[in-house]
Design a protein around this ligand. Structure first.
Ligand code: ATP
Ligand code: MG
Length: 506
């Protein structure tokens, strides 16, 4: 199904000015159809055969039933089948008639109004209003809608409408049903719909507006003045305490004179409130990360206290290892709490910002400062959501701790000094994290799959179960006395989300 713009360009030969004007018209569609109490369509003669018209766009009213049960966009009609449209196009005059409807509406009649659609004075197509007529009394509200619709259709025929340079509302454009005030040439209210009265009540205005101007009601009416003076639609938000009403004033122009106007008004307080809530949601998530981090630090302190009372060295060691692991997780939360970058959402952060403090944590735990290890960070990891960065932080801590614990025995002093490099790279959608040291290398006959220490068991579990990735750990290609160990973790950045929390078999 081609879009209105494509059909306009390719079938009806619209140039860019005509396309722009059509887009402007389509932006006001809802208003046009609602006032019309029926369908509004744009047709234009085809380039191939000017006696054939193609439907470019249509809109149905939310205030009435449609004449079109199918989607008419792209339909073609001979001028003889659409005499009113054809007449309006060739004469440049407004055409009106009541016609018998097709087979879908056995007893139906419709009133058709056809006006030329002009761009810079030249007709490029036809705007049609097609509305079912029923044998019943028309309500005052409906009559008001139809009168306004007539006047707008005339403005389209005269080339005044759609307005060029009208400003658009920020929060949901008000529709006719939201509230309607009709004004005379002196900007005085001549009609108010029940919903307009309600919107005014919301703004704490309880006077009946009939005969009054907007500023007589105590509201800022500069949007009405501007609309009348500039002859364009003007939108303004009226605020009173926690209530916001979007108002839009459209002038009615005839023979270059503003002979009236109308105001649509919609209470958007709820929309605005939700918008504000979304903004503060990010702040809330950050606050939660901050508290989680604090709680983890409390847990670490409790374990440290416990470690002091434990007699056995093994027990002390086990508890201090736990302190370190909890610290790694706390760092992730701290990073998410502090991430103030522009695209921060409170749920993801650049992983480098996690890796750097992790490395610092390991460095601080180094036993012998006179045998330093240099930590190098290389490449970019990019942003990772919490469900990736949390397991990755644990994995990285274990790998780095292993370097500290096992890579460099006393006698191992590589020529370039002790170095461990953490590098990030991306391949397709995978993030590749490698930890490489220039130490003594894994023990002879070491098989990662068989490794049973808690550290590598954690690493294995987190990489496969949490990151859905793979891991390899091999002897490096350095000199025999210090070949080094290279561990490479690879996992997809995007992967079906799941609840955070590692599944560790106890
Ligand atoms: N960078 C490395 N260089 C040399 N050997 C390593 C390196 N990383 C791991 N290893 C070897 O792999 C073994 C298993 O490591 P793992 O982390 O599972 O247990 P651990 O470090 O001994 O104990 P834990 O981590 O539970 O405190 C280590 O004991 C060590 O022999
Ligand atoms: Mg270990």
């Amino acid at each position: 199904m081609a879009s209105p713009i494509k059909i306009a360009q390719q079938v009806a030969g619209f140039d860019s000015a005509a396309v722009e004007h059509l887009q402007r018209l389509i932006r006001t569609w809802g208003l046009l159809a609602d006032l019309a109490l029926g369908d509004v369509l744009v047709m234009a003669p085809t380039v191939d055969d000017p006696e054939v018209y193609v439907v470019l766009a249509n809109v149905r009213a939310s205030t009435a039933t449609t004449v079109y049960v199918h989607d008419p966009i792209g339909d073609r009609h001979r001028s003889t089948n659409r005499p009113l449209a054809h007449q309006a196009f060739v004469t440049g005059e407004l055409q009106r008639a009541v016609v018998q409807l097709g087979p879908h509406f056995p007893d139906g009649e419709a009133e058709i109004l056809a006006v030329p659609f002009r761009v810079n004075g030249e007709p490029v197509g036809v705007v049609l209003r097609e509305r079912r007529v029923f044998q019943r009394e028309i309500l005052l509200l409906e009559q008001t809608y139809l009168d306004l619709s007539d006047r707008i259709m005339q403005m389209i025929a005269d080339g005044y409408f759609p307005f060029v340079g009208a400003n658009e509302p920020q929060y949901g454009a008000p529709r006719v049903g939201d509230g309607l005030l009709v004004l005379d040439e002196n900007r005085r209210v001549v009609f108010q719909s029940p919903n307009a009265v309600s919107a005014l009540h919301r703004l704490a205005i309880h006077r009946t507006p009939t005969g009054l101007r907007i500023d007589d009601l105590g509201l800022d009416d500069s949007f009405v003045r501007t609309a009348y003076a500039m002859k364009v639609g003007v939108t303004q938000e009226l605020e009173r305490r926690d209530v916001t009403v979007t108002t839009r004033c459209l002038p009615i122009i005839k023979d270059d004179v503003v002979e009236g106007g109308f105001i649509l008004m919609r209470d958007v307080s709820e929309l605005k409130r939700r918008d504000r809530m979304l903004l503060s949601k990010d702040a809330t998530i950050r606050e939660i990360h901050h508290r989680v981090k604090n709680n983890l630090q409390t847990i670490s302190s409790l374990l440290r206290l416990q470690a002091r009372r434990v007699e056995s060295e093994e027990g002390k060691f086990a508890l201090s290892e736990s302190v370190r692991r909890i610290g790694a997780i706390a760092i992730v939360h701290e990073t998410l709490a502090n991430d103030a970058s522009e695209d921060a959402s409170g749920d993801d952060a650049p992983f480098e910002d996690v890796a750097r403090p992790l490395i610092r944590l390991i460095e601080e735990g180094l036993q012998s400062p006179d045998d330093p290890i240099r930590f190098v960070l290389d490449g970019e990891a990019g942003r990772l959501p919490l469900i990736r960065s949390m397991p990755l932080a644990v994995v990285l801590t274990e790998l780095l701790q292993n370097v500290v614990d096992h890579a460099f025995p006393k006698e191992c002093h590589p020529a370039d000094g002790r170095i461990v490099t953490v590098s990030f790279s991306t391949e397709e959608d995978d993030l590749i994290v490698s930890v490489a040291d220039n130490g003594q290398g894994p023990p002879v006959g070491f098989d990662f799959a068989e490794a049973r220490g808690l550290g590598l068991t954690l690493v294995h579990t987190f990489v496969t179960a949490e990151l859905n990735g793979t891991i390899t750990m091999v002897r490096g290609d350095g000199p025999d006395e210090a070949p080094g160990t290279a561990t490479v973790v690879r996992f997809p950045r995007t992967w079906e989300d799941r609840v955070v929390g590692p599944a560790i078999d106890a």
